[in-house]
Design a protein. Structure first.
Ligand code: ATP
Length: 451
């Protein structure tokens, strides 16, 4: 089980990925975990307006995420909380980064290698075969196979597991391995600057034979961190040391990443990890049950695997939950038990068919549904497509992969980018905003969404 502070940080990471950037920055970024008691996270926010917004829109999502992370039912409570630091909006200068990250310095998540994450415990399927093969090649031949190796994919699909497997395997061969999240890197840097120990900082990072950096997307927009990382990258790469980087999106979709870093990330091999298919999900559940020394009927494995489709962490959480339910109630593992154990883990979906949203938006913008689903990327077609993605995500709460599917088989990172872009335009362009609000009302009726 995670400690509450790490769980909260992880939940923030997930929200950052799932929400439009503007909303995340406005409402979520500067929140703070101020207390944890009796399975309740008390989260401080800047003012009553923010509290109300978060209350209506995010309570159930956040509780669900935290429940998944903590492996037991959790609730969240937003309260107004005066911080003595201003939320950093412009992170361009190091002073702001110091303020922004100060509170996180004590939070060290996942600093070391976790022996649980090995190549052996990783189930290979079509969705992750390439990532697995590339990681294995890198572990066997550091700095010879692919350098850097850049792995990307959605939340909970095994990126950390792969990085750590490389770490565990090379560590066992006495190579010096350093595993950090990009937030750890940022925090270390800030700490070093404050305590005038940047030389030690550089030594520490540059003497690694293998540097594994997890969740690099969080350095986007942080200029001084990017600058330092650029030099770390060059020093290691130049000395023939291996770099492995993970991210929730490919380098080209990292909007505020400096070009020189982006191009370096693409020097080696870039591989994605896709959501696992049903068979792989079942294999993962079987392997996890075996490891836990439990016998779980195939039928039960299949129900769980059908229900949780796009996040392996949730998939594992679901199995844990089903087993706990059975242990605590003394009831055998039946389909009914699974259904009730997983009832509140189901994602919330509106009854709205994605097709209907696509058709309505197409009509409003004077394009055809075929154009919306097609490959044409000219602005007249791309914009309505992005608006449809945005409405499906923001109002109908449909998952990123499902939206990609509904719009002609697009990647989840494309959908993520579209949502960020539309959210951004809504803030800048009044006319556009009215257009989107009108569509929203037409499709969903009036909702409490802050547009
Ligand atoms: N192919 C797999 N076989 C077995 N377990 C897996 C596999 N992929 C992921 N897992 C497990 O799923 C959980 C989530 O994986 P992991 O933390 O590596 O995801 P991630 O992609 O790094 O997520 P995030 O985006 O949140 O950082 C871990 O417990 C991991 O062991």
């Amino acid at each position: 089980m995670m400690n509450p502070q790490s769980a909260w940080q992880a939940a923030l990471g997930q929200l950052q990925m799932e929400m439009p950037k503007a909303n995340f920055d406005t409402w979520v970024r500067s929140t703070e975990l101020i207390n944890y008691e009796k399975n309740t996270f008390t989260v401080g926010v800047q003012n009553a307006y923010a509290r109300d917004w978060l209350d209506t829109r995010l309570t159930s999502t956040v509780s669900r995420i935290l429940t998944g992370l903590m492996d037991s039912s959790q609730s969240v409570n937003f309260v107004v909380w005066q911080k003595n630091i201003e939320p950093a909006v412009d992170e361009a200068v190091i002073e702001n980064e110091i303020e922004e990250e100060q509170r996180e310095i004590e939070v060290r998540t996942n600093r070391t290698l976790n022996p649980r994450y090995t190549f052996d415990s990783f189930v290979v399927g079509a969705s992750n075969r390439l990532a697995h093969a590339a990681s294995l090649a890198v572990a066997e031949n550091p700095a010879r196979a692919y350098n850097p190796l850049f792995l990307y994919g959605g939340v909970g699909l095994g990126k950390t597991h792969m990085l750590q497997a490389i770490g565990n395997s090379t560590n066992a061969r006495n190579l010096s391995v350093l595993y950090v999240s990009s937030e750890d890197f940022t925090n270390d840097l800030i700490n070093a600057i404050r305590t005038h120990t940047t030389n030690q900082f550089r030594d520490r990072y540059r003497k690694a034979d293998i540097l594994l950096i997890d969740d690099i997307q969080f350095i986007a927009g942080k200029e001084s961190t990017q600058e330092e990382f650029f030099h770390t990258f060059n020093a290691l790469h130049g000395a023939n040391k291996q770099l492995v980087i993970s991210s929730d999106r490919p380098p080209k979709a990292m909007v505020t990443l400096e070009e020189r870093l982006r191009s370096r990330f693409e020097w080696g091999l870039t591989v994605d990890i896709q959501p696992p298919d049903l068979e792989t999900r079942m294999a993962i559940l079987r392997s996890k049950a075996e490891r836990a020394g439990r016998r779980v009927p195939n039928e039960i494995i299949e129900i769980i695997a059908r229900q949780i489709q796009s996040n392996i962490r949730e998939l594992e959480g679901a199995l844990t939950r089903v087993l706990a339910f059975s242990d605590l109630s003394g009831m055998p593992l039946t389909t009914q038990l699974v259904t009730s154990a997983l009832a509140d883990m189901l994602p919330q979906h509106s009854s709205m068919e994605p097709r209907q949203v696509v058709n309505t938006v197409a009509r409003a913008f004077g394009v055809t549904t075929e154009q919306m689903l097609g490959r044409d990327r000219s602005r007249g077609v791309a914009l309505p497509r992005q608006v449809a993605m945005y409405l499906l995500r923001e109002v109908a709460n449909v998952s990123l992969p499902q939206i990609g599917q509904a719009l002609g088989g697009r990647d989840h990172t494309t959908v993520m980018y579209a949502c960020e872009k539309v959210a951004d335009m809504i803030e800048r362009d009044d006319h556009f905003r009215r257009q989107v609000v009108q569509l929203r009302d037409q499709l969903f009726g009036r909702t409490p969404m802050a547009l």
